[in-house]
Design a protein around this ligand. Structure first.
Ligand code: SAH
Length: 467
């Protein structure tokens, strides 16, 4: 992070703007909203600065800039189109350790202006650190359309009840949960539609109800986080990850996805060793239950979909036994995600009328699958956890009737920038995979749909990952 974002209180603080053209006028207007005392120093005063509202706390001085002008200032902005003056301003401010922004000169700035969505008291600022102001503005436009204009009213509403709620609900986690339900539920909708009285009434009722029942119980969100690309999270997964107090995650959940969780959430890694499955699973089940019983909202985040080779069923069974509330959020399973990003449709009118998901996990050195059924033509087989058993899988399929030149693909780290796709035949693949040093996680796709990869491949991973 090259720039530290912060919000600065400037009411009655002296700020200096050097220059008085159109750009200076825009900066003065924004600064003016904070109630800052603004001095403007410029030799020519442009019409837009001259026309600025008289309500602003403005002191316009028509003169040449000199270093002494920065003395005592909290913030300095240089908005002239004269490089020499801009450099003088920047040097004078930097010498006194005063934050300085020189418009359109990132190299002379100690701070940059973000693009702002103003729903005061709610303010949202976005920045690319000056690299692409246009991109920051596009982000702003998206936020503008996503945040109702009445959010400012909602923030003021929340401010009014802050103290009463704090007094009524002393537990910080419970209080956060209460506010989340207020700010994202029917009460917020009442505020948005201007029915402030009704919103206040309803909040008082809910506050009362909150105190009379045992609200210490937490809940568990069993969340499928997809195969790796954070963009493939569902809205619900994202929302619940941002509400959870604790994130319990395993090996397949990427750093990019964890970054989406609430910043101050506790994060617990429960990645499993291949050989220690059952033991680890029991303690995970217990951990989830115990956290929820302690009143936490727990996001149990899993790669792909929780109900596809994800042991999600076992985890919620324990929760059900203990009467703990939970919900399950489906995710994009690796089979679907990797196939899409590899340009291999899992079904196709000319190639495959069905698709079977199987696990290639070795148990006591063997893979227990219905090979006869899997060797039938016109279908696609998607094999999870199959890398270790790859040689055995290819041999078994050939033995049960698949042609030796039947197409097979391996997708490593599918949907991420490190994705690698290796294609071959049942006969060649075991050696090819060894030569290419294929590493987990990998998904195997068997069937003539694999031939479409060459034509339909669209996703470009980083150059270092390509085969
Ligand atoms: N519940 C998960 C699967 C868990 S089993 C899901 O629905 O996707 C773990 C296996 O999933 C791995 O061994 C691998 O075969 C596959 N897998 C998960 N993510 C993957 C990825 N990004 N690329 C390739 N395979 C992946």
């Amino acid at each position: 992070m090259e720039y530290f974002p912060l919000f600065m209180k400037l009411a009655e603080q002296p700020c200096l703007v050097v220059g008085a053209g159109d750009i200076a006028a825009r900066k003065i207007e924004i600064l003016g909203k904070t109630g800052a005392r603004i001095s403007v120093v410029a030799q020519d005063i442009g019409s837009s600065v001259a026309a600025l509202q008289p309500g602003l706390n403005l002191d316009i001085r028509q003169k040449a800039f000199e270093a002494a002008d920065v003395t005592g200032m909290r913030l300095v902005i240089s908005a002239t189109n004269d490089r020499t003056i801009n450099e003088l301003v920047a040097a004078a401010a930097q010498a006194s350790a005063i934050p300085v922004n020189v418009v359109d000169n990132p190299d002379l700035c100690s701070f940059v202006f973000p693009a702002i969505v103003d729903r005061s008291p709610l303010i949202i600022a976005s920045s690319t650190g000056g690299l692409s102001p246009v991109l920051a503005r596009l982000v702003r436009a998206k936020i503008e359309s996503a945040i109702p204009a009445a959010y400012g009213a909602l923030a003021r509403f929340a401010e009014k009840f802050r103290q009463p709620v704090k007094q009524a609900i002393t537990d910080i986690n419970q209080r956060r949960a209460f506010w989340e339900s207020v700010l994202s539920g029917p009460i917020a909708e009442l505020v948005f539609s201007g029915k402030i009285d009704q919103a206040e009434q309803r909040l008082s009722q809910e506050l009362h109800a909150q105190n009379s029942v045992d609200t210490k119980r937490g809940e568990v969100y069993l969340i499928g986080a997809g195969p790796g690309d954070p963009d493939l999270l569902t809205f619900r997964a994202l929302r619940l990850m941002q509400q959870a107090d604790v994130i319990v995650y395993d090996r397949l959940v990427s750093a990019g996805i964890l970054d989406m969780a609430r910043r101050d959430a506790q994060k617990i890694y429960v990645g499993k060793q291949r050989s220690q499955h059952s033991l680890a699973q029991e303690s995970i089940n217990e951990l989830l239950a115990n956290l929820a019983l302690a009143g936490k909202r727990v996001a149990r985040v899993k790669g792909g979909d929780p109900f596809i080779f994800g042991r999600g069923g076992e985890e919620i069974e324990t929760l059900m036994q203990q009467g703990i509330d939970f919900q399950v959020v489906p995710g994009i399973t690796a089979g679907a995600g990797c196939a899409s990003y590899a340009g291999i449709p899992l079904t196709h009118r000319d190639h495959a009328q069905s698709c079977t998901f199987v696990t290639g996990h070795l148990k006591d050195g063997t893979i227990n699958l219905n090979w006869k059924q899997l060797a039938v033509p016109n279908q696609t087989i998607v094999i999870y956890m199959g890398l270790v058993g790859l040689r055995a899988i290819c041999a078994a399929l050939i033995e049960h009737g698949c042609p030796a030149d039947h197409p097979i693909a391996i997708v490593q780290q599918g949907t991420t920038s490190q994705q690698r796709v290796l294609t071959g035949t049942l006969c060649s693949m075991p050696d090819l995979a060894e030569q290419a040093d294929i590493k987990p996680p990998t998904l195997i796709i068997v069937g003539s749909v694999v031939r479409l990869h060459e034509k339909l491949s669209w996703f470009r991973s980083s150059p270092a990952s390509r085969i």
